[in-house]
Design a protein around this ligand. Structure first.
Ligand SMILES: [Zn+2]
Length: 246
């Protein structure tokens, strides 16, 4: 119970903290992270003070307060669902919930970045994957179950492997629909989903396509679906979250 309440609180906090990180990382590939707000030009502070903040902008950008409220609500909702679904009373379940927390907190950041600049920065994805895998390993140790860890590793390898094949195929067909960012994200999500169950992995990999259909139809109608590179990361995260949390 206490751990579940903590998940909600830390979820809200992570939601608020995700805004600044996402704003600074929302830059094209190969460009250094932002040193100033894209909208008003206010400079971010040096060092960690420029990263640890509850708003995207250190200046006076108007939508910042509403964004914070939305991000906090999203983080709290994810924390609540995680506590409800994982029932983290004993150590293995609590550690598994923590692993999923890392994954979802990274999601709060990555979804924003993907929507803004259509990329998933590698350092964020790999850091989250390492954190998630370490916590799953700790859960496996406390549960005395090597299978749990192996299932997580297999999940990441399978989901990532399928996306790697698709990325290779779409590059050959000169239709860069699936990028390497999506492949790395598939490794992260597959690790988390594999730790839950094979069914969760299957559902989590399938759902993004079902969820993306309405968005794709909408873009097609506007005449931009065929060639526009639309951000698939948010659908991958949503699919994984639904598969894991329901
Ligand atoms: Zn600003």
């Amino acid at each position: 119970m206490i751990f579940s309440v903590m998940l909600v609180a830390v979820g809200g906090l992570s939601g608020a903290l995700s805004l600044r990180v996402a704003a600074r990382w929302s830059v094209p590939a190969g460009t250094p992270v932002r040193a100033a707000c894209a909208a008003c030009g206010a400079s971010f502070a040096e060092g960690w003070r420029g990263w640890v903040a509850f708003t995207s902008c250190p200046g006076r950008c108007r939508p910042a307060a509403r964004d914070t409220a939305l991000a906090v609500a999203a983080g709290m909702a994810l924390g609540a669902l995680l506590g409800w679904r994982m029932r983290p009373e004993a150590a293995p379940e609590a550690l598994l919930a923590a692993a999923w927390f890392v994954l979802l907190a990274a999601g709060l950041i990555l979804v924003r970045i993907d929507l803004a600049v259509r990329r998933l920065p590698t350092p964020i994805v790999w850091t989250a994957t390492a954190g998630c895998l370490l916590l799953v390993a700790a859960a496996a140790t406390t549960a005395g179950s090597v299978r749990l860890l192996l299932a997580a590793i297999a999940g990441g390898a399978i989901y990532g492997g399928v996306y790697l094949l698709m990325a290779w195929a779409s590059a050959k067909a000169r239709r860069a629909r699936i990028g390497l960012g999506d492949v790395r994200l598939a490794v992260l999500l597959g690790t988390g989903l594999g730790a839950i169950s094979g069914t969760a992995l299957f559902l989590g990999a399938l759902l993004p396509y079902i969820l993306a259909v309405p968005a794709w139809v909408f873009l097609l109608r506007r005449g931009e679906g065929r060639h526009s590179l639309f951000a698939f990361g948010p659908f991958m995260f949503a699919g994984a979250a639904i598969a894991a949390l329901t």
